[in-house]
Design a protein around this ligand. Structure first.
Ligand code: ATP
Ligand code: MG
Length: 392
């Protein structure tokens, strides 16, 4: 995606001609915001290219270019301004890859944007390829028998929390709730591609280079492969596709998080073949806990889980309700983490900002951060676990 920071509404028509992945962003408060705040807002959706201008004061624009370049090495920055030598030199020094005149021709602008996008894509790919050399890492699969227990909340926050702990493009998040996945809403992403595209590409033999094109970069640093956009596209995704995708992701990212749909579906079972850790999520109420017991028993019976198992009770209340002791004795697993019910989480879901991005002292954010840190290098759950299914 390409974002133009420009107050000129009249510029929108021109942007339409540049393609659907180009948009204009402008906020009246930017005049008094710090350059870092403007840069953070401009890169919120993980664009590949940010264009400063037209219509931005030169001196102000240069401070924005500098902030963008400092905060996000993986984007290309283009500045719109007079092609005077001093401005071009200053823009390049601040970190712009190109400067174009306000009256640049359509063809020239297209060429500049293509170059900028290619350069940014190459830089992002380089960070992933580096990881490939570090060998196989962890695959965390998040499961729950019933809907609404908090799988997506936990998966997206794990991705953000772990990306924070493991900077440098080491974390991938796969939305395997193929029919109704909402990871991209929970992270406010506008993905250009999704798992459906990756599945379609496996026909020609999916390789890492192709898969990388389908990933969307979240501002936390995590790479996301969202669920298909439509039910029709979801129907096309089969377990062989999931195997190819997860095989590549787990080979190349030290940390892969998999969100799933409620219950024991075909895709969740496939994901378990790759899992080093399974996080069972349940709300502290009797139907949820009973269902989880049945799920855990089913996995035991078919000898499915060789991976480490973690029991996360989400939406715990201060008093009343089913106790941790009861939950543990019902399920037969120790409760590894408890995440309190918090209004902050509900708001963060609605806003599409995982609470670990700016949760501050919210009690649920604190618990989610601890959960994420436990899987990061050096954390209590960082040890290597057996991957996949138990051998019979
Ligand atoms: N600790 C919490 N405190 C308050 N609200 C929460 C908490 N965890 C999750 N929620 C809210 O519960 C709702 C369901 O959460 P979420 O989407 O993560 O569940 P899910 O297991 O992924 O559901 P589904 O099975 O439908 O995919 C969301 O509105 C979310 O904001
Ligand atoms: Mg979900």
């Amino acid at each position: 995606m390409i974002v133009f920071l420009s107050p000129f509404e009249s510029f929108d028509e021109r942007l339409d001609a540049l393609g659907s992945t180009t948009r204009r962003a402008w906020d009246a408060t930017w005049g008094h915001s710090t350059p870092d705040a403007v840069a953070a807002a401009a890169t919120a959706d993980g664009p590949l290219v940010v264009v400063v201008g037209p219509g931005v004061d030169e001196t102000v624009g240069l401070t924005w270019v500098e902030a963008l370049a400092r905060l996000r090495q993986d984007i290309s920055i283009v500045m719109v301004g007079d092609l005077r030598t001093d401005l071009v030199v200053n823009a390049m020094r601040a970190g712009a890859s190109d400067v174009v005149a306000p009256n640049v021709s359509h063809t020239e602008l297209l060429g500049t944007l293509d170059r900028a996008r290619d350069a940014a894509t190459r830089r992002r790919e380089a960070t992933i390829v580096e990881n490939a050399e570090r060998g196989r890492g962890k695959v965390l699969v998040v499961l729950s028998p019933k809907g609404g227990a908090g799988k997506t909340t936990i998966s997206t926050n794990l991705a953000v929390g772990l990306a924070n702990e493991m900077p440098g493009g080491e974390v991938a998040l796969l939305d395997l709730d193929v029919q109704f996945g909402d990871v991209s809403h929970a992270m406010n992403l506008v993905p250009e591609h999704n798992l459906g595209d990756a599945a379609a590409a496996t026909r020609n033999g999916l390789d890492l280079t192709t898969l990388k094109v389908f990933l969307t970069h979240h501002r936390s640093g995590a790479f996301v492969l969202p669920a298909p956009e439509s039910l029709v596209q979801a129907e096309e995704v089969n377990s062989e596709h999931v195997k190819s995708v997860l095989g590549l992701l787990s080979e190349h990212f030290p940390m892969v998080i998999v969100d799933t749909s409620a219950g024991i579906g075909e895709h969740a079972l496939t994901a378990l073949e790759f899992a080093t850790d399974v996080l069972f999520v349940a709300s502290p109420n009797t139907p949820n806990i009973r269902a989880l017991r049945r799920e855990v028993e089913a996995f035991e019976l078919i000898g499915l889980i060789g991976a480490s198992r973690h029991l996360v009770v989400n939406k715990t209340e201060g008093r009343g309700g089913i106790s941790v002791g009861e939950i543990e004795s019902t399920i037969g697993l120790p409760v590894t983490y408890q995440i309190p019910r918090s209004r902050g989480v509900t708001v963060s879901t609605d806003e599409g900002i995982p609470i670990l991005e700016d949760g501050g002292r919210d009690p649920a954010a604190k618990a989610l951060r601890e959960l994420a840190v436990s899987f990061a290098p050096g954390g209590v759950n960082s040890g290597r676990a057996t991957r996949g299914r138990k051998k019979a």
